[in-house]
Write a protein that binds this ligand. Sequence first.
Ligand SMILES: Nc1ncnc2c1ncn2[C@@H]1O[C@H](COP(=O)(O)OP(=O)(O)O)[C@@H](O)[C@H]1O
Ligand SMILES: [Mg+2]
Length: 273
Amino acid sequence: MTAQRVQAIRVQGLEKSYKELQVLRGVDFEVARGSIFALLGSNGAGKTTVVRILSTLLKADAGSANVDGFDVATQPANVRESISLTGQFAAVDEILSGRENLVLVARLRHLKGPGKIADDLLERFSLTEAGARKVSTYSGGMRRRLDIAMSLIGNPPVIFLDEPTTGLDPQARIEVWQAVRELAHRGTTVLLTTQYLDEAEQLADRIAILHQGRIIVNGTLTELKQLLPAAKVEYVEKQPTLEDVFLALVGSDGKDGDASSDAASTRMSKEHR
Ligand SMILES: Nc1ncnc2c1ncn2[C@@H]1O[C@H](COP(=O)(O)OP(=O)(O)O)[C@@H](O)[C@H]1O
Ligand SMILES: [Mg+2]
């Protein structure tokens, strides 16, 4: 990796509470331009809260955040022009075809040549053959890919993917991973949140673990693995996995035992269906 001086995202001392529930207690991290950064955390850790603040949908209580050089609190319109956000639910229209969805968004954004934009994106995300079909016939992976393709219309330099593969089957996950790699390959900065360790391991240049309101570690996969003592002699070839690192840091149940936040998490995961 070449050293990149310019940061696409800078987050300093971010705090956010929902009434009594203190979700973010001082979150700091930076994301280098053109890199894939994974914000890893258990259900209810506050990942979506971070993404909502960075995408100007939610105001932080304290701290600052900068996206593509713009302050989320004082320059929200500029931030919104620099980003796209893909949530856990595909925001595509079922009745339209994949191509029609793309053309529609390109038109809404007043871009020239919406047909060509749509065709290029279909090709980039291996949806050319399915392009003319109604989205209602698509698999979960195809929908998610179309959703990512739609969010790229207008070429935003920074893209937020909030749990892009939650609820997808293994094959579809791999397809979405391909799509994410493709994004970074073209220079888009990707901030993705995930509760899947293997997803972070597969995709991210850097991984930050969000736990009990703070980033408890932040580094490359290699750096994170070095946090654990070297493997024992009897496991000559065994390297710690990210899962070993995560569980050692967070504890094996991954929760902080806060009953109210557990109840809230259950509600969240229901909503996610
Ligand atoms: N609008 C809200 N009002 C009250 N509590 C919320 C709200 N949004 C999220 N929470 C709670 O804040 C915590 C963090 O939520 P979230 O950021 O969605 O976590 P994650 O995305 O990591 O699963 C959870 O306990 C969740 O229930
Ligand atoms: Mg979430």
